[in-house]
Design a binder for this molecule. Structure first.
Ligand code: WTA
Length: 639
């Protein structure tokens, strides 16, 4: 499905296991595969229908030819004006407008490694990622619409550059796209000699082109930072050949994108779903996609259905959080709209069977197939899913593995849990596949420790059989070979599908001078699945006050972003602890969720539990259909 400028010599090279190399000897360019090769046959076909959030603002339809022109001009700008060369890293902090895929493909055209930071992350979070990736150029946008308001986004760039500088990384140039060329949506001043409006520079490059730079199959295409067990986000490094092959193949077979489909994925390109299934997969197949700027429920919950009707969307892709939200605010869904979905996809969190049924009956009218796709930032593309119209569907279960993927459930001692046993274990993948991450940027040791150390029996082995990949998810394999994902078992909290590390939240709390200890636990939420609840204890001499609570909240929002805002911040006199000083997060999670705390006799201070219960009250009662026990399984105690 791809065009290679040089064919590969070996499919999988395991000589440096577990650093997998796919299609070695081969050369290709991702931008060529997403654009140039379509020009002859699909030049006038629409690549993206860009839909502004404001319904009065006209739709912009970009054909493959138009996208090709804009990508080339920006690629020349990146090379000539910003001085970027093959192998350099460039950071983007861009929201959902066409400038994001244009910037990605322009970088890919030059062999420059892009690192897009989700637009909703704070300037500080962006700065930390700039520093880690060693980018000296930041590409951003002045402002955009979100929930009817204009967000001043450029202001984040100033914080990001300052944060990166403190961490030892100088940003030479900040390129600012303007949402409306010539008109400024940001109040932030432009810094002389550092900040440039892209629309003022582009006329110099009008009509220019860059030949796509052939890169080796295993040269990195992009970095995507994600949260894990530790406080520091890790830059998952994805290859060019293996990744592009995997997302192109899965877009064909799971999303079933056909020549005349209109495909709308409501995810944000700032996350892996958007990279793989709004940009690289669909464009590589020459598909037509919808790119929507704003919030799905703006100005009302019928917006997605009006839009789907007017554009004739046939394949629709979203998250359980969005489905729960749409169901809650408009239970009749698209009824009364002439929608013609044939395939509906869900991704990012477990979907409750009753939510699944609403998606099937009401959104799909009982006619559309549903694919519940399970995968991760690290995996590049889908790993488990039913194939539409091929496999029977089972609500609440992601389904069988895709061809070439061999999942296995291992217990604590590394023994296989046979299928149909009904109990959960650590979901691992036995074999490497083309989309798997190559490494963690700058931390090969962390890559091995995080994903392979747990079950590798023979360090130094060159045999892939010795390196099962640890997903960090708990799952159950049914007798039918379908996998039901329970949730994370590594202190990652999925908030509205966004992946947040409990440790990152805790580190943010600890920057508040009064705070001595902090614990972040998941609280069940009817729409978002999970939201963080925060417990802090204060240093001697500091007293609880609304100001302290506010500081904790502000530090989380400032260091990570609004998506991480906690539901509650509880100031407690002491944390429940074991004799060895472990904070019993499980007890706190039970209190937050109104569940039974279990055996507290091992605590050194069992009396604090009752005090905390009084502070918290009876706790939230989960109306999500997910059991409290499922939440408690996601929580580990803190050393
Ligand atoms: C969870 C998102 C249940 C899972 C693509 C995984 C899911 C984490 C599903 C990765 C699904 C993703 N059913 N859980 N269909 N898809 N997850 O890196 O816990 O943002 O490990 O990638 O989301 O989140 P990430």
């Amino acid at each position: 499905m791809l065009e290679w400028s040089r064919p590969w010599e070996m499919v999988l090279d395991t000589s440096e296991a577990p650093f997998w190399k796919w299609f070695t000897g081969g050369e290709l360019n991702a931008s060529h595969n997403c654009l140039d090769r379509h020009l002859a046959r699909r030049g006038d076909k629409v690549a993206y229908h860009f839909v502004p959030e404001d319904e009065k603002e006209p739709l912009q339809s970009l054909t493959y030819r138009e996208l090709y022109r804009r990508v080339n001009e920006f690629a020349v700008l990146l090379r000539e004006f910003a001085g970027l060369r093959k192998g350099d890293r460039v950071t983007f902090h861009l929201p959902m407008t066409p400038e994001l895929p244009i910037s990605m493909l322009a970088a890919a055209r030059l062999g420059v490694v892009h690192s897009e930071v989700f637009g909703g992350f704070s300037g500080q979070a962006c700065g930390a990622r700039i520093a880690d990736s060693g980018s000296s150029v930041l590409v951003t946008l002045d402002g955009y619409a979100r929930n009817g308001r204009t967000i001043d986004h450029k202001a984040n760039a100033d914080v990001a550059v300052e944060t990166a500088r403190k961490l030892g990384q100088e940003v030479r140039k900040v390129l600012v796209w303007r949402r409306y060329p010539g008109r400024d949506l940001s109040q932030a001043p432009m810094v002389e000699g550092r900040d440039y409006y892209v629309d003022e520079l582009l006329p110099r490059f009008r009509g220019t082109q860059v030949p796509p730079e052939p890169v080796r199959s295993e040269d990195p295409l992009f970095l995507m930072y994600t949260s894990g067990t530790t406080g520091k986000p890790k830059g998952c490094q994805h290859s060019t050949g293996g990744y592009l092959a995997y997302v192109t193949g899965t877009s064909r077979y799971v999303l079933d994108l056909q020549e005349d489909d209109i495909y709308w994925c409501m995810a944000d390109i700032g996350w892996i779903t958007g990279h793989s299934y709004i940009v690289y997969g669909p464009l590589s197949l020459g598909a037509t996609s919808v790119l929507y700027e704003g919030v799905p429920s703006y100005p009302d919950a019928a917006r997605p259905w009006r839009l789907s009707e007017s554009l004739g969307v046939t394949v629709f892709h979203t998250s359980p959080t969005a489905i729960r939200q749409l169901r809650k605010s408009l239970p009749e869904g698209p009824r009364g709209h002439n929608v013609r979905f044939r395939l509906l996809t869900t991704v990012g969190e477990p979907i409750e069977p009753e939510v699944w049924k609403w998606y099937f009956d009401v959104v799909g009218g009982g006619r559309a197939a549903i694919t519940d796709t399970w995968w991760q930032t690290e995996t590049g593309g889908f790993l488990c899913s039913t194939l539409p119209a091929v496999h029977p569907m089972k609500p609440g279960s992601a389904g069988p593995p895709l061809p070439g993927i061999f999942p296995v459930i291992l217990d604590e001692d590394g023994r296989e849990v046979p299928k149909g046993m009904g109990h959960a274990g650590n979901l691992c993948i036995r074999n490497p596949w083309p989309g798997v991450l190559q490494t963690i940027w700058g931390s090969p040791e962390r890559y091995v420790a995080q994903y392979y150390h747990r079950y590798s029996k023979k360090p130094g082995s060159k045999d892939w059989r010795d390196w099962p990949y640890l997903t960090g998810d708990g799952a159950i394999e049914g007798a039918d070979g379908y996998f039901r994902i329970i949730g994370r078992i590594d202190d990652v909290i999925k908030v509205a599908g966004h992946r947040l590390g409990a440790k990152e939240l805790e580190s943010a709390c600890l920057t508040v001078p009064e705070v001595a200890e902090a614990a972040a636990v998941p609280l069940a939420d009817e729409v978002k699945g999970r939201v963080p609840d925060i417990y802090v204890s204060l240093k001697p001499g500091s007293a609880s006050s609304p100001e302290v609570v506010d500081k904790v909240r502000q530090s989380i929002v400032g260091l990570i972003g609004k998506i991480a805002a906690p539901q509650h911040v509880y100031v407690v006199e002491d944390m429940p602890k074991t004799r060895s000083g472990k904070i019993m997060r499980r007890v706190l999670a039970a209190l937050s969720n109104g569940a039974d705390c279990g055996d507290t006799s091992t605590l050194v201070n069992p009396e604090v539990v009752e005090n905390i219960r009084r502070t918290v009250g009876t706790g939230a009662s989960p109306k999500t259909g997910l059991s409290r026990e499922a939440i408690l399984q996601e929580v580990r105690d803190l050393d």
